[in-house]
Design a protein around this ligand. Structure first.
Ligand code: AKG
Ligand code: FE2
Length: 248
């Protein structure tokens, strides 16, 4: 057998940017426009997922740890990374941004809103900082049996990017059961519509942060959305959350 090259051995999933770029962004964009969310397909190897999940125990990487039950956010724990992001997390966030940007701008145009997001993610983050949203919003989450995430929105102030990404780090049906990703969409003067997604290990889900344009008789109306996670029935479910604005 030919020995693996160094690159293959250390980085079997190749460049993360190349993996993100290789997703079918035309189809993903259509699906996000239709439903407010879409799964990318496989991006990270299980080894890479384990590596990222293992960061959870490295306390110095995080600025704060949230006990979800204490805040009545559900049950479980998550940790906010410091600005000194691990390379893989930084690369993934930067890789997604240019693909989400056209969707964000299109949504803003449909809703008659301003689109304050420059091509350069760093410049947008600097704008967030100047507006008083200066803390890292990138998180690692860990749910054990009985844990869940209440329906919510990751909005921290005026500075909002309308889409975000969550990456599954454990395998549903193998490492855990339950723990479906949940979304609701509020309809004007009607009851909400629910949807769910099983997040496979190493796949990413692109989803709506606050609201999205929904076709209505008179053009586009605002469809407010929330997301959360159903109760994990057994095992451990860990995820990486990428948000494209900063926290306060
Ligand atoms: O664990 C998940 O699937 C969702 C976590 C979440 O709320 C987020 O990424 O914003
Ligand atoms: Fe969230």
């Amino acid at each position: 057998m030919t020995p693996a090259t160094t690159t293959e051995a250390t980085s079997p999933d190749g460049s993360l940017t190349a993996r993100v770029d290789a997703a079918d962004w035309g189809a993903l964009t259509d699906e996000v426009n239709e439903y407010g969310s879409a799964l990318t397909g496989p991006l990270l190897t299980s080894g890479r997922c384990r590596e990222i999940a293992a960061l959870y125990d490295d306390a110095e990487r995080f600025r704060t740890t949230v006990d979800m039950a204490r805040h009545r956010f559900g049950s479980g724990q998550y940790r906010y990374f410091t600005h000194d992001l691990p390379d893989a997390v930084r690369e993934l966030r930067e890789a997604f941004y240019p693909h989400l940007l056209p969707i964000a701008r299109d949504w803003a145009a449909k809703l008659g809103r301003s689109a304050p997001w420059p091509d350069d993610l760093g410049r947008w983050l600097a704008t967030c900082h100047r507006a008083g949203q200066a803390k890292s919003a990138q998180i690692l989450l860990r749910y054990g049996a009985g844990d869940w995430n209440a329906l919510h929105r990751d909005v921290f102030g005026e500075m909002v990017f309308p889409l975000q990404v969550v990456i599954g780090l454990d395998a549903p049906g193998v490492d855990f059961t339950g723990g479906e990703f949940l979304m609701t969409e509020q309809r004007p003067r009607a009851q909400s519509r629910g949807s769910s997604a099983t997040l496979p290990q190493g796949h990413a889900l692109v989803f709506t942060t606050r609201d999205r344009p929904v076709a209505s008789r008179r053009g586009w109306s605002v469809g407010p959305m929330r997301h959360g996670v159903s109760t994990v029935r057994s095992g451990v479910r860990r995820t990486l959350g990428l948000v494209f604005h900063e926290a306060s």
